[in-house]
Design a protein around this ligand. Structure first.
Ligand code: PLP
Length: 232
């Protein structure tokens, strides 16, 4: 990779940090209450590590295979969350290597995470992914089934629900970010035992400032930081 590429990431990162701080301040939020995740899909590990050297402390991984190939060379200073669609039979490959799984949308998947977490003597933190726009093409639990799913997951000893994640329909993102904020507050006030609504993971390159206005605590940024992906 050329030096230019590093400069490009550095420039993008300072702009994103400035935007986060500015939006947080404008809407009465503490800048520290918004965590910036670097979404690494298709990005070579040396560029990912460069971002970590600039202070990125959270990486988002979409694909099990790609993660496993890059992970050995990652700078371990950053936490890793799994954010992609996760097949039940692949949980075993990531259970020891990520600190949180953001994309849990079924009891079946939660059961497998629970089983493996217990086998590894750990408790796995998870977020429930919500299909807030009701899009057929997207994963995520339908909003109307969310509380019931969380109640069932809350009974499992090896997993802890820490909040919610969503990818809103891009065309109408702001409306759905608002709906997501409402849903988050609703689950929070349901006060389900063993469940904490600490994290609301939403906002990507195109809508992260809107997401912060609607209470996001984790913004997940790929192209805005690393540039346009060649594949995917
Ligand atoms: C790719 C991806 C992102 C980042 O999207 P950009 O528009 O590139 O910032 C965020 N979240 C998930 C789940 C993704 O798959």
């Amino acid at each position: 990779m050329s030096d230019n590429c590093y400069e490009y990431v550095e420039k993008n990162l300072s702009a994103i940090r400035e935007n986060i701080a500015e939006t947080a301040e404008k809407y009465g939020r503490n800048t520290d209450s918004v965590r910036l995740m670097a979404v690494t899909k298709t990005v070579p590990p040396d560029i990912v590590n460069y971002a970590v050297s600039l202070g990125i402390d959270l990486l988002g991984e979409n694909k099990v295979q790609e993660f496993l190939s890059k992970q050995p060379v990652y700078n371990k200073a950053a936490d890793v969350h799994f954010i992609g669609h996760l097949q039940t039979n692949k949980v075993k490959y990531i259970i020891e290597n990520v600190s949180l799984i953001q994309s849990v949308d079924s009891l079946k998947l939660a059961h497998e995470i629970n089983r493996l977490a217990i086998a590894h003597n750990k408790i796995m933190d998870i977020l429930c992914e919500v299909n807030i726009g009701g899009e057929v093409s997207k994963s995520g639990v339908p909003p109307e089934n969310l509380i019931s799913l969380i109640e069932q997951i809350s009974l499992l000893q090896g997993v802890r629900v820490k909040g919610l994640m969503t990818i809103p329909p891009p065309s109408n993102s702001d409306v759905f970010l608002g709906k997501m904020e409402e849903l988050f507050n609703k689950v929070k006030s349901a006060n389900i035992e063993n469940v904490s609504m600490d994290e609301l993971s939403m906002g990507m390159s195109g809508d992260y400032q809107q997401a912060i206005i609607h209470g996001s605590t984790i913004v997940r940024i790929g192209t805005g930081l690393f540039g346009k992906r060649i594949y995917n």
